[in-house]
Design a protein around this ligand. Structure first.
Ligand code: FAD
Ligand code: SF4
Length: 498
């Protein structure tokens, strides 16, 4: 066991950890020792090949197929330098005032979050794509919305020099997507923050982090760790946990913090989602161009959000319910497929939580509420209308039996797409907006941290990531996570001055 000493240790290098790292760069420049520990590897630019299977293995936890405890939903999250920002699509939204206000976190205002979100949007080159950059998978969605009376809004995205390869979720092979791996972390490192990859924080004790540094696996992507493989005890004046909505609660739980924090791990939400496909009679530009340009926000009215999306063959195959000729037909029609993601705006519910198994590994307990099933049903019906409004010949819908609707059956959408067809474990649900587990609030009775990420009763310990959300955000979360993490960095800088 090797001993090391730092002023601040940040655990995790994603949207939250990367933001804190840059926020603490002024301290590093003043000679304070700031360390980021990242469990995943650091890849060289040329290792981003866009190949589905190898990139999923290299960038995601469990290759993107982490399952909830009862096996009914897959959760996608990154495990690499930059965390999930290395694999996100980069749609960049500012939260709605109604959502932040409904959380009722003392000391947290929408105005403060929105101001910080706007600053990061500038830092990450967030802008609207020009019409010429938008492919048919997206323009057909907008056209279908217009036909059917839905309001399609354009997503701002954070790209610079985007070449439209549509591979954002496999790690951009063109260094165009402006995640923390491209922007905040390299800037922090240039200013003296140390980042150690392949370094997993296995346990936290009072002002101490126990770390396991792993050797590179034979044949795997990514460079070796900056430290020699082995076990380390890292002492720190302040510890910031930013391992994501699964990693952070799991680390704190296996370190024993649950005894004094009954809400630790509770309040997990994730925007459970369906990937739907509609087949056109001609080839469309779907996997050429940026994948995500439009969305429809029906969170208030019907509890769902629709987004354009484009997935690769393996993910598409696993998103089709059932087996056999119909599915094979949809996959063979890949160049003619249009895709829509339906996200349910789930709410923090008793029982939906992150726990740990006997070995300290994360376990996510999640049950679909009737509200979620209703939202997915309404969103699926809306998507079917939009597909047909855009001219699709047939649509694959997991909530119909059989799961195929022809254009001639468009008048039967409400009868055919039914909540009764939602059979957990039989319908392919996935989620990538993982939130909660270390929610903000007033005291240990109702939450894990205060509005500055300080863990109740442990002033040296803070959380700075998506686990801070007391309830779901109802939109794409990364800018809000950066804003929350920025507050954590500001509070630590303030502490350092005192
Ligand atoms: C495929 C996909 C697409 C997405 N698209 C969008 C989008 O378009 N717009 C949007 O707003 N959001 C999007 N998201 C969501 C967004 O990326 C995440 O919400 C955000 O990155 C979460 O930030 P975080 O800091 O909480 O965790 P992450 O970014 O997941 O970072 C956590 C990091 O901590 C590391 N870690 C965990 N535990 C430990 C430990 N014990 N020791 C050391 N390291 C540890 C992990 O390896 C990981 O790198 C997407 C997510 C995915 C997966
Ligand atoms: S679409 Fe743009 S941002 Fe996405 S992977 Fe391709 S070049 Fe990168």
């Amino acid at each position: 066991m090797t001993d090391r000493e730092y002023d601040v240790v940040i655990i995790g290098s994603g949207a939250g950890g990367g933001t804190v790292a840059l926020g603490l760069a002024p301290l590093a420049e003043q000679g304070r020792r700031v360390l980021v520990l990242e469990q995943g590897p650091r890849l060289a630019d040329e290792e981003f090949t866009g190949q589905e299977i190898e990139m999923a293995e290299a960038l995601y936890a469990d290759s993107g197929g982490f399952l909830t405890a009862d096996g009914t939903m897959t959760l996608a999250f990154g495990q690499v330098y930059g965390g999930s920002t290395a694999v996100y699509t980069g749609t960049s939204l500012i939260p709605e005032p109604r959502v932040v206000e409904s959380w009722g976190v003392p000391g947290l205002s929408h105005a403060d979050l929105a101001e910080r979100c706007r600053r990061f949007a500038g830092q990450n080159n967030v802008h609207l794509l020009e019409p010429v950059e938008i492919n048919e998978n997206n323009t057909l969605f907008a056209a279908g919305c217009e036909q059917t009376g839905f309001e399609a809004r354009q997503f701002p995205v954070n790209v610079k020099g985007c070449r439209g390869s549509s591979l954002c979720n496999l790690g951009c092979p063109n260094a165009a997507k402006q995640g923390t791996d491209r922007v905040q972390l390299p800037a922090a490192e240039r200013r003296g923050v140390e980042v150690v990859t392949r370094a997993e924080a296995t346990r936290i004790e009072e002002k101490l982090v126990v770390v396991r540094v792993s050797a590179s696996p034979a044949g795997g992507k990514g460079g070796p760790s900056e430290w020699e493989p082995g076990e380390y005890r890292v002492r720190a004046g302040a510890v910031v946990v930013a391992g994501g909505a699964i990693g952070s609660p799991a680390l704190l739980l296996r370190s024993g913090f649950g005894e004094r924090l009954p809400r630790l791990g509770e309040g997990f939400t994730c925007h459970p989602a369906f990937i739907l496909v509609g087949e056109h009679s001609r080839e469309i530009t779907n996997d050429v161009g940026h994948p995500k340009s439009y969305y429809v926000d029906r969170a208030v009215e019907e509890g769902y959000v629709l987004e354009t999306c484009m997935y690769f063959p393996f993910v598409t195959a696993k998103s089709l319910v059932g087996f056999g000729a119909t599915n094979e037909g949809f996959l063979r029609a890949f160049p003619r497929l249009q895709m829509i993601l339906v996200l349910a705006c789930d709410r923090a519910t008793a029982g939906n939580r992150v726990a740990v198994d006997s070995g300290g590994g994360p376990v996510v307990h999640y049950e679909f509420t009737d509200e979620v099933v209703r939202a997915l049903t309404a969103g699926t019906r809306a998507s079917a209308r939009i597909f047909f409004g855009a001219g699709a010949a047939r649509v694959h819908v997991p909530l119909a039996s059989p799961p195929e609707l022809l254009a001639a059956e468009a008048g039967e959408i409400d009868e055919r797409i039914r909540p009764e067809h939602f059979l957990a474990g039989m319908v392919p649900v996935s989620a990538a907006h993982l939130m909660g587990g270390c929610g903000m609030g007033s005291s240990a009775g109702d939450s894990v941290t205060d509005s500055w990420g300080r863990v109740h009763e442990h002033p040296w310990l803070r959380v700075a990531d998506s686990s801070l959300f007391p309830d779901s955000l109802q939109i794409n979360p990364y800018l809000t996570i950066m804003a929350l993490a920025d507050r954590v960095a500001a509070a630590i800088r303030e502490d350092a001055i005192r």
